[in-house]
Design a binder for this molecule. Structure first.
Ligand code: NCD
Ligand code: ZN
Ligand code: ZN
Length: 346
């Protein structure tokens, strides 16, 4: 049976575009389907100032192929040296839409992140005053906290105290991976949203670890138990406007994934929407897909919904996605959900 669904064009509220040849390779994969994306600032070196963000924005627009439309929504990487006035100026000019908090050492390229939260107080207070959202990679980094518990512990030890100390601060919990994350969002009426990735809606840690270790499923925060995946799927398909799509599509060269010490990140830009359509359909919630991909994010970020649309179509034969795309001297392996996907964006 063929079936189709037309929805307002989606946005990606958490995306890694990288730089140079990698940026050129991956940008069209996002721009083909998404109108806008919150672009992560974890380059090497990171995007820390308004001037850095303006230069990165220019490089992204220069890499956009002729005839494609895409609006990069820029972010700044919060460090202990961030100047609140620079942040405020970059926000006032319309250049940046969020500031990103990486606990130092939590994930890919997070070495310049925050160790002592007292040193970013002034910036957080300024952000609360001007209504600029803080996007958070929510994991503690303490050696003694088990990697599967790092999100839940972060909520209790870091996020909740920061929010209590900074009334009015608008926070996006990025790529939540646990029931604890979803519950924390639902327990708070205002100023809090969460992005969810495709891989965390369809995979649990067994998919990554049973029968062999699958490096292309390794991302941070790491895949959790099945019960957490079920809680995330329930949140995403509930219609609750506090949950929206952030693919966290995070390209790494294939050799860096298939390595003795594998880099964290799944490259989902090419097939994220196809997989989501199938996942929502199987959950009996196809009518909630548009909210998750196209409406809730703009509402949180106080931006208009995209005026054009995309059409998703289901066919009887499985959709073929490229296994890899070329990126300069390297390839990037496209995320394989591990099951046939019958939906495609037409
Ligand atoms: C991201 C990356 O590769 O930049 N990796 C990941 O596993 N999610 C970083 C991040 O979003 O934490
Ligand atoms: Zn992250
Ligand atoms: Zn990310």
């Amino acid at each position: 049976m063929s079936r189709s669904l037309t929805i307002a064009r989606p946005d990606d509220w958490h995306l890694h575009l990288r730089d140079g040849a990698m940026l050129e390779a991956v940008l069209p994969e996002t721009a083909r389907h998404f109108a806008r994306a919150i672009v992560m600032p974890n380059l090497v070196p990171p995007v820390v100032s308004g001037a850095d963000a303006a230069a990165y924005r220019d490089r992204i627009l220069a890499a956009l192929p002729e005839g494609m439309a895409f609006e990069p929504l820029m972010t700044l990487y919060l460090t202990e040296d961030t100047d609140p006035e620079d942040v405020a100026a970059a926000h006032a000019s319309g250049l940046i839409k969020a500031v990103k908090l990486y606990p130092a050492g939590a994930t890919t390229n997070s070495a310049s992140g925050v160790s002592d939260f007292n040193n970013v107080r002034a910036t957080l207070e300024k952000m609360a005053e001007i209504g600029l959202p803080l996007c958070v990679h929510g994991e503690v980094t303490d050696r003694e906290i088990d990697i599967f518990d790092r999100e839940a512990v972060f909520i209790d030890r870091v996020l909740d105290p920061i929010r209590r100390a900074t009334p009015g601060l608008r926070v996006v919990m990025e790529h939540i991976t646990t029931r604890n994350g979803a519950d924390y969002v639902m327990a708070n009426e205002t100023d809090l949203g969460a992005t969810i990735t495709v891989q965390h809606l369809i995979l649990d840690r067994n998919d990554m670890l049973v029968g062999g270790m699958r490096p292309h499923y390794y991302c941070l925060p790491i895949l959790k138990r099945g019960e957490h995946r079920a809680a995330l799927l329930a949140a995403a398909t509930s219609g609750d406007t506090r949950f929206f799509l952030g693919t966290d599509s995070a390209p790494h060269p294939t050799h860096a994934k298939e390595s003795e010490c594998c880099s964290a990140g799944c490259f989902t830009a090419p097939n994220a929407l196809s997989i989501l359509a199938q996942t929502f359909e199987e959950a009996g919630a196809l009518d909630k897909l548009q909210g998750f991909t196209s409406l809730h994010g703009p509402a949180f970020y106080r931006m208009p919904v995209n005026s054009d649309t995309i059409t998703l179509r289901k066919s009887e034969t499985a959709t073929r996605f490229p296994a890899k795309i070329d990126a300069g001297d390297h390839t990037v392996t496209v995320f394989d959900p591990g099951f046939p996907v019958f939906w495609d964006v037409t």
